[in-house]
Design a protein around this ligand. Structure first.
Ligand SMILES: CC(C)(COP(=O)(O)OP(=O)(O)OC[C@H]1O[C@@H](n2cnc3c(N)ncnc32)[C@H](O)[C@@H]1OP(=O)(O)O)[C@@H](O)C(=O)NCCC(=O)NCCS
Length: 215
């Protein structure tokens, strides 16, 4: 049973009283977006085990169900006890098994991120999931989302553009835990009508920052 909390949501100078549900289940044409549970560990393993799927993510591919359990506890169960979170399993409606994940963080960056098992790429599934998640966070009063991708992973930038995000700037980072230099492209979507807002923290934290023409 999802933990429910009635909160006053402040947005655009208005006070709206609403009921916030942590990771509320969403349905799209082909997908169910729902919380991960402990029963999903084998499915989570398949997502996290693949080298190519996990190449551009800030963790190493996993090799065991125990590691999948640890990942679930650290990155999902811990979020589901917060008052508000958006940490979804992407499931096909046909069988309700997780084939990927998608999230928006509640930290100041409101980072939007996703990953999908390779055999399901090129069908617009993450774009479909992303549009539904963004509609939900907008409804719940989040003012904006940001997302970053390695310049060598342009398909991820394709998803960002497909969901309406705009490229803002690029920056270099000695990326951890993999410890190599990455040029990230930062995208943003403002949800509260403040179209000029740019989240500058990554720009400010990196000495090497620039705007690439023609992105
Ligand atoms: C990135 C990822 C989630 C995309 O999933 P997907 O469901 O295949 O994506 P979608 O089909 O919804 O959208 C991608 C589309 O963006 C579009 N696109 C726009 N610009 C693009 C570009 N420069 N390069 C590639 N694709 C681009 C394409 O239409 C592309 O679809 P296609 O390759 O089937 O033609 C998937 O490849 C993945 O899981 N990668 C590994 C994890 C990862 O890198 N996550 C992001 C970390 S920042």
């Amino acid at each position: 049973m999802a933990a429910e909390k009635t909160l006053a949501i402040l947005g655009g100078g208005e006070t709206v009283k609403g009921t916030l549900i942590n990771t509320p289940t969403l349905e799209t044409g082909r997908l169910i977006l729902r919380k991960f549970t402990e029963r999903d560990l084998e499915w989570l393993f398949l997502i996290l085990h693949d080298k190519e799927v996990n190449q551009f993510l800030p963790w190493y591919p996993i090799d065991s169900i125990e590691e999948a359990k640890k990942f679930y506890e650290e990155r999902y169960a811990s979020k589901y006890v917060q008052p508000q979170a958006y940490a979804y399993a992407i499931c096909l409606k046909t069988d309700d098994h997780p084939i990927g994940y998608i999230k928006v963080d509640m930290e100041e960056h409101h980072d939007f991120g996703y990953g999908l098992r390779r055999e399901f790429w090129h069908q617009g599934l993450v774009t479909e999931a992303g549009k539904a998640v963004i509609a939900q966070v907008k409804k719940d009063g989040l003012p904006y989302i940001t997302a970053t991708h390695d310049r060598n992973n342009p398909r991820s930038g394709g998803v960002m553009r497909n969901v309406g995000m705009k490229y803002q700037y690029s920056y270099e980072e000695q990326w951890q835990p993999k410890n190599f230099l990455v040029t990230f492209r930062m995208y943003q979507l403002n949800l509260d009508g403040n179209t000029d807002r740019v989240y500058k923290k990554y720009w400010d934290q990196s000495a090497a920052h620039f705007i690439e023409p023609n992105v």
